[in-house]
Design a protein around this ligand. Structure first.
Ligand SMILES: [Fe+2]
Length: 296
């Protein structure tokens, strides 16, 4: 039986890839955002002990306005340039997609009443949220991925509508995985508080300039982290409308709600690997290792 073997909150600031200087990225950095990069390093160390077949990621930067879409082409290769930070992120990616797994999730979500579509365009450019979160989780790209779009119901309707749909999508994701033979890692690709600076210094990795935008945003981040660390995930979902609005959070994408629903609202603690700011936004790298069926 397939199962979710790991879930993570995996933020995607392109700055983190820039600061790592991987061969795929053109620009070179001296340093930067170490607490988050060391956090990802610790998460990778934990993941090294877990066997898995595929990574499934929901990204706020693949925005679809009619329903939820799933990558449905076996192989992609292209150049990804961040539209806001082309100076930091010009990344040559090459990745495989687990198309049968994507199709299974798409069909299950559709059965649950959600509007869905498989994305079959071979020239599609994979969004940088997907690329950054997957790179930081597995820089060698050893496993195939499935990327799920963010349908923008927060913008069109409300956070409540988004959550209703993302909870249904999370449950459908879990059911679909369990009906396959795949061991899957799920990634919610998003920051927590997301109010950011509007100017960049002459040297982007100058950490003397990096800090949270304001104390109010910091308080929200700490509250969320504390709830997730103490297994109060239903509380997180209940307060998501206030958090999303007041912290201008990327949780408007539905990624975190989807992840928590797919993990069946864990009451066991999340592991906090690292917290740090990127251009003033709050980011936490956190992981959940569901008990194996034997332990449960
Ligand atoms: Fe983003």
């Amino acid at each position: 039986m397939g199962r979710i073997v790991y879930g993570a909150l995996a933020p995607h600031p392109p700055h983190l890839v820039y600061a790592e200087n991987p061969p795929q990225n053109e620009p070179r950095a001296e340093c930067g955002w170490e607490t988050l990069r060391w956090g990802y390093e610790r998460m990778r160390r934990d993941l090294a002990d877990i066997e898995y077949d595929a990574i499934v990621v929901l990204s706020p930067h693949w925005q679809t306005y009619v329903g939820t879409h799933f990558l449905g082409v076996p192989h992609f290769k292209s150049l990804s340039v961040d539209p806001i930070f082309p100076n930091l992120f010009r990344y040559r990616y090459e990745l495989d997609v687990d198309v049968p797994l994507a199709e299974a999730m798409c069909a299950e979500a559709s059965k649950a009443g959600l509007v869905t579509k498989m994305m079959r365009n071979p020239d599609f450019r994979v969004d940088y949220g997907t690329i950054v979160s997957c790179h930081l989780t597995d820089p060698a790209w050893r496993k195939p991925i499935v990327s799920i779009s963010s349908q923008r119901s927060t913008a069109f309707y409300s956070v409540e509508v988004m959550q209703e749909q993302m909870i249904a999508l999370g449950h459908a994701t879990r059911r679909a995985i369990e009906a396959t033979d795949r061991r899957v890692v799920l990634l919610a690709s998003e920051s927590l508080s997301h109010r950011h600076f509007v100017n960049e210094g002459p040297m982007p990795e100058d950490m003397s300039r990096e800090h949270i935008t304001n104390h109010h945003q910091y308080l929200w981040d700490m509250r969320l982290i504390e709830q997730l660390r103490s297994g109060r995930t239903r509380e997180v979902v209940e307060q998501m409308p206030e958090f999303t609005e007041q912290a201008v959070s990327e949780s408007d994408s539905g990624a975190l709600t989807w992840l928590l629903a797919a993990l069946d609202f864990p009451s066991y603690p999340a592991e906090l690997y690292g917290y740090g700011t990127v251009i003033g936004t709050g980011n936490a790298v956190m992981g959940w290792a569901p008990p194996t069926p034997k332990e449960a």
